[in-house]
Design a protein around this ligand. Structure first.
Ligand SMILES: Cc1ncc(C[n+]2csc(CCOP(=O)(O)OP(=O)(O)O)c2C)c(N)n1
Ligand SMILES: [Mg+2]
Length: 439
């Protein structure tokens, strides 16, 4: 499918929900004016030159647009129940999306509890509020397709099918974790599920994802491997889009028409830095067309809209038509990490996005469309509570990794680092390795 037909499908979805909005792809038009887009919905005050700065004017006109565009379910759902042909999803699809999003939410809430009880170490970054992005994209993927994430990676791992037990154990640093306890919160990895990480340095995952997409293309076109139509989805944040690796990889991916989707989870903040304050042109999707690939903005609080954009972009990549840049407007409901008191964001902004909770919205859509009853959804909630509790019990009961594992996969000469003969960590021990990586 061409970029134009991707544009027209996406435009149809957008205009169903945002009648005044124009797809950036629809007519090679200049980007939609901020006053007609749900984008730039931050109510945060810019702390310098708030009245005269163009960014502030852009933002304040967008606030009203966000209010009008919120409550997406209402927009999609006429007062009377729609006929089956109007539905955006089947019952099975709706329940799958709901279950995956609830799993992500309940898992993360449990992580917060376990972290504060001292069961996890280091930094832990939760995904609450952003579930529609992970679910909307990853549920379209095959096991052979690859996902590359950031340090906010637990939910991407779960959506990709890594069992909750393995993810929780990894967080507990246990041997049964998906990286045998050596990765921790920020480095989830599963070869079996083609989850390529978990990257703590922002932007580091983007070239890895580009390489994975290159591998698929090479296998398909050079090695002529049958059925190799695998795609890669790279997730990263708004704050990462000012990093050079992002631009280099957009260029390379488009140059070689790689089967990759760059998914920006624009939650409007990079730790305590507002996206509007840090970025010369905050409309990230525009960077796609600058490199010759489609760039799409989507409401990342609405899993059905994310899903439609994901479908087009993934199918396009699978057909060998190249990359797409998708910017999902979303919001994190918690602080940057569990160590962040989250005092910088305005209460009004938090409340605005809390009212657009993607799980509540999907639940409402499912019930109002008569796809499933409240009781059926409660059954799913119950099942997920059990899955997550089981994951905690499993992780807690699992053994610590053996000491001999400490230097596995360490490629640099470990001389001078490790556990000394007294069992304590030490940096300077000339006798420590003597040329061997054994502890
Ligand atoms: C190369 C690099 N520079 C700086 C940091 C410190 N850092 C950690 S998170 C973060 C902000 C990232 O924000 P964003 O990409 O929007 O992701 P979000 O946390 O909002 O999901 C920064 C700068 C880092 N991890 N890596
Ligand atoms: Mg961010």
């Amino acid at each position: 499918m061409s970029a134009a037909s991707l544009a027209s499908s996406i435009n149809a979805i957008r205009s169903a929900s945002f009648p005044n909005d124009r797809s950036p792809l629809a007519s090679n038009a200049p980007h939609p004016s901020s006053s007609s887009s749900a984008f730039l919905g931050s109510t945060a005050r810019l702390r310098f030159n708030p009245v005269s700065s163009p960014a502030a004017r852009l933002r304040s006109s967008a606030v009203a647009a966000v209010a009008a565009a919120s409550n997406v379910v209402k927009e999609k759902q006429p007062k009377s129940s729609p006929s089956a042909s109007n539905l955006l999803i089947t019952k099975e699809e709706g329940l799958e999306l709901y279950e995956d999003m609830v799993l992500g939410r309940v898992f993360e809430d449990m992580c917060a509890q376990m972290y504060y009880r001292g069961k996890m170490f280091g930094f832990v970054h939760l995904y609450n509020g952003q579930e529609a992005v992970s679910t909307g994209f990853i549920k379209f993927l095959k096991q052979e397709d690859s996902v590359v994430s950031t340090y906010r990676d637990h939910v991407h791992a779960l959506s990709k099918g890594v069992p909750a037990r393995q993810v929780m154990s990894e967080l507990f640093g246990k041997e049964t974790g998906c990286c045998r306890g050596q990765g921790g919160s920020m480095h989830m990895f599963s070869k079996e599920h083609n989850l390529i990480g978990g990257f703590a340095f922002i932007g580091e995952g983007i070239p890895i994802a580009t390489g994975a997409a290159f591998t698929s293309k090479y296998k398909r076109e050079v090695l002529k491997e049958e059925g190799c139509d695998h795609v890669t989805v790279a997730f990263f944040g708004d704050g990462t889009c000012n990093n050079g690796q992002f631009f280099e990889c957009l260029n390379m991916a488009q140059l070689w028409k790689l089967p990759i989707i760059f998914v920006v989870e624009n939650n409007l903040w990079a730790i305590g830095m507002s996206h509007l304050r840090a970025t010369s042109d905050p409309q990230i999707w525009k960077k796609g067309p600058a490199f010759g690939m489609p760039g799409v903005h989507v409401d990342g609080m609405d899993v059905l809209k994310v899903r439609e954009v994901a479908r087009e972009a993934i199918e396009r990549a699978r057909r060998g038509e190249g990359p797409t840049l998708v910017e999902c407007e979303t919001y994190r409901f918690r602080g940057h990490s569990l160590a962040d008191p989250d005092e910088l964001r305005e209460p009004a902004e938090k409340a605005k996005y809390a009212a657009r909770d993607p799980i509540t919205a999907l639940k409402k859509y499912i019930i109002e469309s008569n796809l499933a009853s409240e009781a059926e959804l409660k059954e799913i909630d119950k099942k997920i509570d059990e899955v997550v509790e089981d994951a905690v019990e499993f992780a807690d009961a699992s053994p610590q990794p053996p000491r001999s594992q400490l230097l596995d996969n360490v490629f640099a000469d470990p001389k001078g680092f490790g556990i000394g003969p007294d069992g304590r960590y030490r940096c300077e021990d000339p006798k420590f390795t003597e040329g061997t990586a054994k502890v």
